[in-house]
Design a protein around this ligand. Structure first.
Ligand code: 13P
Length: 253
């Protein structure tokens, strides 16, 4: 069975309650009647409730941008998987490069988040990707390998059916320099091969692998046309309904 394309908007630390509500409502309106594509939006924690209200009854799903790997406890400022589930999320992004590189998150910590999310009934979107220096040094596959082995530790094939992997080369995030369709395809094919070793061939064949990094309405179609690219994790272009919906449309085509 062909994999259904999955387009998710990572709103990062943008929007207000009002603009978030309006953006979500416009995405819902724009997606009405479309079949054959999965769509989600991931607002900041503070607006999950408000955006969840705007999505209610629609096929557009809600996701969070991060999670702490414990269900409750004395963890000031953190948000648990059960809280994220409770507020209506289906998805949670883990291991985003802005957290790996900006906030020092390690593969073991990210792995514990993957497990905590799955145990709470959330579907994790695990981000992996190399920096510009790592690519120039010819280490792209070694870096992806380390992030996959570390991030997927202890997962069985059954649990992994609810997993999405997002290939987000760090040099493409927020830079306007997207990976070429060939670069994306090469990395995605490598990720799928390694996931076949780690999770089993059937799970890998069904695995959704999104591309993220300067996806825009004018480059989405060529990237999404690659055989191992199953969707997109969109940053900047997800903050305007028109550009986000154009990317969703490119996934349906
Ligand atoms: P941009 O689309 O703004 O490059 O961000 C990509 C990203 O980090 C999505 O998680």
């Amino acid at each position: 069975m062909p994999r259904t394309k999955f387009i998710a908007g990572n709103w990062k630390m943008f929007t207000t309650a009002q603009t978030g509500r309006e953006l979500a409502a416009a995405v819902v309106k724009g997606c009405a009647g479309w079949a054959g594509v999965r769509v989600a939006v991931c607002p900041p924690f503070t607006y999950l409730n408000v955006v969840g209200e705007a999505l209610r009854g629609s096929p557009v799903a809600l996701g969070a941008q991060n999670v702490y790997p414990a269900n409750e406890g004395a963890f000031t400022g953190e948000v648990s998987p059960t809280m994220i589930k409770d507020v209506g999320c289906r998805y949670v992004i883990v291991g985003h490069s802005e957290r790996r590189h900006g906030l020092g998150e390690t593969d073991p910590f990210i792995n514990s988040k993957v497990h905590a999310a799955l145990n709470a009934g959330l579907d994790p979107i695990l981000c992996v990707g190399e920096t510009s220096d790592q690519r120039k040094a010819g280490r792209t596959e070694a870096v992806l390998d380390g992030q996959l082995v570390g991030g997927l530790q202890g997962l069985n094939g059954g649990q992994a059916q609810r997993l999405t992997i997002a290939y987000e080369p760090v040099w493409a995030i927020g830079t306007g320099v997207n990976a070429t369709p060939e670069q994306a395809q090469d990395a995605h094919a490598f990720i799928r091969r390694r996931c076949a070793d780690l999770l089993g061939p059937e799970t890998a064949a069904n695995l959704t692998i999104q591309y993220g990094g300067s996806v825009k309405s004018d480059n989405a179609a060529s990237i999404l046309a690659q055989p191992d690219v199953d969707g997109a994790l969109v940053g900047g272009a997800s903050l305007k309904a028109d550009s986000f919906l154009a990317i969703v449309r490119a996934a349906v085509a």
